[in-house]
Design a protein around this ligand. Structure first.
Ligand code: 5GP
Ligand code: ZN
Length: 114
């Protein structure tokens, strides 16, 4: 857990471009944006992946999605729309083992993903 990049970002040991923070979650810009808006929403609690979520985490996850809705309004993308993605495991394309939600917006996103 100590060498988790996202835990280091939460602790301020690695700089990030913060969008929002409270006691439960941190939102910051992705270092390699795949769309005009590409932010990451992460719980401050270290949870390795969706596979490790427990019922105790339900409130945090609900909070994440309510914040996504609010940020979409603030960022002006509610009307045109956006996508929220969580990659899990090798086949899901997860590269950072601290559960996170990508929010992508600002262009017409294609489907299905590659
Ligand atoms: P995953 O591939 O695990 O779904 O997503 C990890 C995301 O974290 C990637 O989109 C990657 O660009 C982003 N990322 C990795 N390291 C850093 C970092 O140090 N700072 C920021 N802001 N984003 C990062
Ligand atoms: Zn972590």
């Amino acid at each position: 857990m100590n060498d988790c990049i996202f835990c280091k970002i939460i602790k301020g040991e690695i700089p990030s471009n913060k969008v929002y923070e409270d006691d439960k979650i941190l939102v910051f810009k992705d270092i390699e944006p795949q769309a005009p808006v590409h932010i990451l929403i992460i719980p401050k609690k270290h949870i390795t992946s969706l596979n490790e979520l427990s019922k105790d985490d339900a409130q945090i996850i609900a909070h994440v999605f309510m914040k996504v809705q609010e940020l979409a309004r603030e960022l002006g993308v509610s009307e045109n729309g956006y996508r929220v993605v969580t990659n899990c495991g090798v086949d899901g394309g997860q590269t950072v083992e601290h559960v996170h939600f990508h929010m992508l917006a600002g262009r017409n996103l294609q489907w299905p993903p590659g």
